[in-house]
Design a protein around this ligand. Structure first.
Ligand code: NAD
Ligand code: WQD
Length: 335
């Protein structure tokens, strides 16, 4: 299939481009580089040994999207483009709603104009809010505690409404748990701007000496060791799930909603220890107060992904940490 990858220069997008090209699909990457650069795509070209069609543009720019849909026969869209920093979304809600919700609406309108109605959306486990129990199945109640999460929920609802209005749409909502790790080559990976908000990039920057110590947000949760528990999933497993989603999209009736996680929960302290073992470096840490909005435990029930996509995660935390370390140590300043 010929697939438009919005946000394809970003962390998950770039790994997915590798996976799709290695499995015989063709792609057009569409990105405004607001949180990336074309260096990631240059590196993907080296991995797959072929050149990649790259179209610079913003998903809110309908005219630019029309040019791209006119120039390339797009059969499906995987929509990664979006802003993703929770704290920033609280400070700049309009920017987040404009980019994530407005941008998705513009993209869907242009797709409709061109009769392209196969759509895979990057949603998030954040749409489960504070889950009443774990593991989380896809039918759990949905809620959001910040504008970022709300933007994901809105787009999910827009997509459900769209499919009700027109049976021809085939939509897959992928709810990612906590993506970490990097491609085996160590040439592409996560490259956050400034001080990382997320645990894994903070740990790896501490291990490489860019940060003095990690603050462990909370040691009094009702979890195995008091620190927060999450479902970390290797980004290459996640990328592979997008390939499986594309393989299945023709059989989707309306909207399929799928958790992408491993089903295993690891604590912050367990991740620190696993990273120390994988890297051979010390990761100094100090206990700090709980971070506002954090929940104690969050991990997926991954059964439906196996049933519907025939997909399950195969990489454990050792591999996640080894691969994250290879990327971090080979690229201490990122791209
Ligand atoms: P990323 O920031 O690395 O990638 C997003 C890409 O989208 C970037 O290349 C950015 O330049 C581009 N972009 C942003 N706004 C755009 C716009 N208006 N027009 C065109 N391009 C635009 O983030 P990521 O981690 O690869 O996340 C990809 C998607 O997955 C996002 O939608 C994110 O919300 C979602 N998601 C991420 C995580 C995570 O922890 N990384 C978890 C759940 C869901
Ligand atoms: C993981 C654990 C922290 C940093 C966020 C978004 C979610 C999704 C993924 C996009 C928690 C602890 C963290 C640090 C720490 N993104 N931690 N010290 O909060 O599960 O999810 O990213 O959709 O929407 O909310 O991920 O990596 O920030 O935190 O102790 O410096 O690590 O408290 O227990 P989170 P995270």
């Amino acid at each position: 299939m010929n697939i438009l990858i919005t946000g394809g220069a970003g962390y998950i997008g770039s790994h997915t481009v590798v996976e799709l090209l290695e499995n015989g699909h063709s792609v057009v990457v569409y990105d405004n580089y607001s949180n990336s650069s074309n260096e990631s795509i240059k590196r993907v070209e080296k991995i797959v040994n072929t050149s990649i069609l790259l179209e610079e543009g913003d998903i809110r720019n309908r005219d630019r999207l029309r040019e791209v849909f006119t120039a390339h026969k797009i059969e499906a869209v995987i929509h990664f483009a979006g802003l993703k920093a929770v704290g920033e979304s609280v400070e700049q809600p309009l920017r987040y709603y404009d980019n994530n919700v407005g941008g998705s609406v513009a993209l869907l309108e242009v797709m409709e104009e061109f009769g392209c109605k196969k759509f895979v959306f990057s949603s998030s486990a954040t749409v489960y809010g504070d889950p009443h129990t774990v593991p989380i199945t896809e039918d759990f109640p949905l809620s959001a505690t910040n504008p970022y999460g709300q933007s994901k929920l809105f787009v999910e609802e827009i997509l459900r409404d769209l499919s009700t209005s027109d049976d021809a749409w085939q939509i897959i909502l992928l709810r990612y748990f906590n993506p970490v790790g990097a491609h085996k080559s160590g040439t592409i990976g996560e490259d956050p701007n400034g001080i990382p908000n997320n645990l894994m990039p903070f740990i790896s920057q501490t291990a490489v000496g860019k940060r003095e110590y990690l603050s462990v947000f909370g040691d009094d949760y009702d979890t195995k060791d008091g620190s927060g528990v999450r479902d970390y999933i290797h980004v290459v497993d996640l990328a592979n799930a997008h390939f499986k989603a594309i393989e299945k999209i023709n059989s989707v009736e309306k909207v399929a909603t799928i958790n992408l996680g491993t089903g295993n929960g690891y604590s912050v302290i367990e991740m620190v220890k696993a990273f120390e073992e994988a890297s051979g470096k010390k990761v100094p840490y100090k206990t700090a107060p709980r971070r506002a909005g954090d929940i104690a435990e969050c991990y997926a029930d991954p059964k439906y992904a196996k049933e519907f996509l025939g997909w399950e995660a195969t990489r454990g935390i050792k591999e996640m940490c080894e691969d994250a370390w290879r990327w971090q140590s080979q690229n201490p300043q990122g791209y």
